[in-house]
Write a protein that binds this ligand. Structure first.
Ligand code: ZN
Ligand code: ZN
Length: 174
């Protein structure tokens, strides 16, 4: 799977909606401001319902330190099992929830950022809704088959996944 950053399609929304944390005197990770940059799979027909976060430290002179790569699947196990009937069940289980992505870049502090993500971000339902919306916007922009299935599960009072700024109910749902 090839992943692409949400910000490449929607730079202005990404600017406002990318989560950042500032660390000062953290016992386990260096001081700095870190952005959790969301990326999604670029296959327009694939509805895998996962996000990859590149956790980057953005320091004042714009040198960037890649702290971690975190994957997160927000659906339940049944979804990932039915998503790919040929996938061994232990692999489907890995698609669910948050984890450090094995084949991607990680720093020695990666575990700490996963902990942050799980304790601070996953406990915030509004943030999870935002990620789902980013995913839907991203897939809508790709214009493949995946978006039809995604629309089915979408809250009609949320902003429309197409990025129009209207409520879903009064936009693409119609
Ligand atoms: Zn996919
Ligand atoms: Zn729309």
């Amino acid at each position: 799977m090839i992943f692409k950053r949400f910000m490449e399609f929607f730079p202005e929304i990404a600017e406002k909606e990318t989560r950042r944390i500032t660390l000062r005197n953290d016992p386990q990770a260096p001081d700095g401001e870190y952005a959790f940059i969301d990326s999604f799979c670029e296959d327009k027909h694939c509805d895998c319902r996962r996000v990859y976060f590149h956790v980057l430290q953005i320091d004042t002179d714009y040198k960037v330190f890649h702290a971690a790569t975190i994957s997160y699947g927000w659906e339940d196990l049944d979804f990932y099992l039915s998503w790919s009937p040929y996938l061994p069940s232990e692999m489907a289980a890995e698609m669910k929830g948050a984890a450090l992505e094995r084949i991607q870049r990680q720093s020695q502090y990666a575990e700490r950022f996963l902990e942050f993500f799980e304790s601070k971000f996953l406990s915030d339902p509004a943030y999870i809704e935002r990620i789902k919306r980013h995913y839907a916007m991203f897939k809508a922009r790709l214009g493949g088959k995946a978006i039809k299935k995604i629309y089915k599960g979408f809250n009609k009072y949320s902003p429309c996944p197409c990025g129009s700024g209207k409520k879903f109910k009064f936009c693409c749902m119609a």
